[in-house]
Design a protein around this ligand. Structure first.
Ligand code: PEP
Length: 254
C-alpha cells in the first residue's frame, strides 16, 4: 500500500475573520482543491475561525493550530481537544516553532498536548526543527533528535492512531530569507525517520512532511525526496492560487 501524501496549509495569524472566510470560499470553489485517497489536503485556520471555516470547507480536512492538554478544568485560555473534534477538526498542529520560541512552549507541554490530542482522536502534526544557531554549529541532527525524544516520551500509538511529523528548520520559515538545500532536508529527514521509527512504530503509524517557505516554485524539490510524504506551507497557503499551484504539483508527482 502506498502511503498517503499531505498538503497542510497553516494560515497562522495571516488572515482575519473576513479574509479567512473569503479564502475558504475560494478553496471550496476550486474543483482542483479536493482531498483524495492519495492526497489529503488540510487547512488550519486560527482557533476563533475554525467553527466558521468548518461549515464552508467540505472538500478538504480541518486542522487546528494548537490545542490544550486537558479537556476541562482550571486551564484559562486552553482549547479542549474534544471541542476541536466536535467542531470538525481531524488534525492539530503541535509544537510549532512560533509557539516554542514566541511563547516559550516547552517539550513537556508539547508532550502533554500530543497525548491529549491522540486521546481525543485527533491526528497530531508535530513540528520539529533546529534553530539558526544550532544549524550554524552543525548540531541540527542532535537538536531535532532531542526534540523528538522529548515530544514522544511515553507515547505509544494504538492501531487506529497516527502522527504526522513536520520537519521545519526554524531558520528557513518565512519571512526568513535563508534558503534550505534539499541535501540538508534529505539528511535531516533520514535522521528523523531513524529516531521516530523505533518510538512510533511501523511505517504506517507516522509520516514526515516538510515545512519552511514552501511555494509552488520549490515544492517539487521536497516532494521528490525519499521519506517525505507531503508539505506544510504557511505563508503560501494563504493565497488561494498559490495553494492550488502547490496542490496541483504534488498531485502530478504522486
Ligand atoms: C510554518 O511555519 O508552518 C511554515 C512552514 O511557514 P512558511 O511556509 O510561511 O515558511
Amino acid at each position: 500500500m502506498k502511503q498517503k501524501h499531505y498538503v497542510i496549509g497553516n494560515w497562522k495569524l495571516y488572515l482575519d475573520r473576513e479574509k479567512s472566510i473569503e479564502h475558504a470560499i475560494a478553496i471550496e470553489k476550486n474543483k482542483s482543491i479536493v482531498s483524495s485517497d492519495a492526497l489529503e489536503i488540510v487547512v488550519c485556520p486560527s482557533h476563533v475561525n475554525l467553527d466558521k471555516i468548518s461549515g464552508i470547507n467540505k472538500s478538504v480536512s480541518l486542522g487546528a493550530q494548537d490545542c490544550g492538554f486537558e479537556n476541562s478544568g482550571a486551564h484559562t485560555g486552553q482549547v479542549s481537544p474534544d471541542d476541536l473534534v466536535s467542531i470538525g477538526c481531524e488534525y492539530v498542529i503541535i509544537g510549532h516553532s512560533e509557539r516554542r520560541y514566541q511563547l516559550g512552549e516547552t517539550d513537556d507541554v508539547i508532550n502533554r498536548k500530543i497525548i491529549a490530542a491522540l486521546k481525543s482522536g485527533l491526528v497530531p502534526i508535530v513540528c520539529f526543527g533546529e534553530t539558526f544557531e544550532a544549524n550554524e554549529k552543525g548540531i541540527s541532527g542532535e537538536f531535532v533528535k532531542n526534540q523528538i525524544k522529548s515530544a514522544f516520551e511515553g507515547v505509544s500509538l494504538e492501531d487506529n492512531q497516527r502522527v504526522i511529523v513536520a520537519y521545519e528548520p526554524v531558520w528557513a520559515i518565512y519571512p526568513s530569507k535563508h534558503v534550505v538545500t534539499t541535501q540538508h532536508v534529505h539528511e535531516m529527514v533520514e535522521i528523523i525517520h531513524k529516531t521516530c521509527s523505533p518510538v512510533l512504530g511501523g511505517a504506517y503509524s507516522y509520516c514526515v512532511v516538510y515545512g519552511g517557505s514552501v511555494t509552488g516554485e520549490n515544492v517539487a524539490n521536497f516532494i521528490d525526496l525519499p521519506g517525505i510524504n507531503g508539505v506544510l506551507p504557511g505563508h503560501a497557503s494563504t493565497d488561494s492560487s498559490e495553494f492550488a499551484k502547490i496542490i496541483a504539483i504534488v498531485n502530478d508527482m504522486l
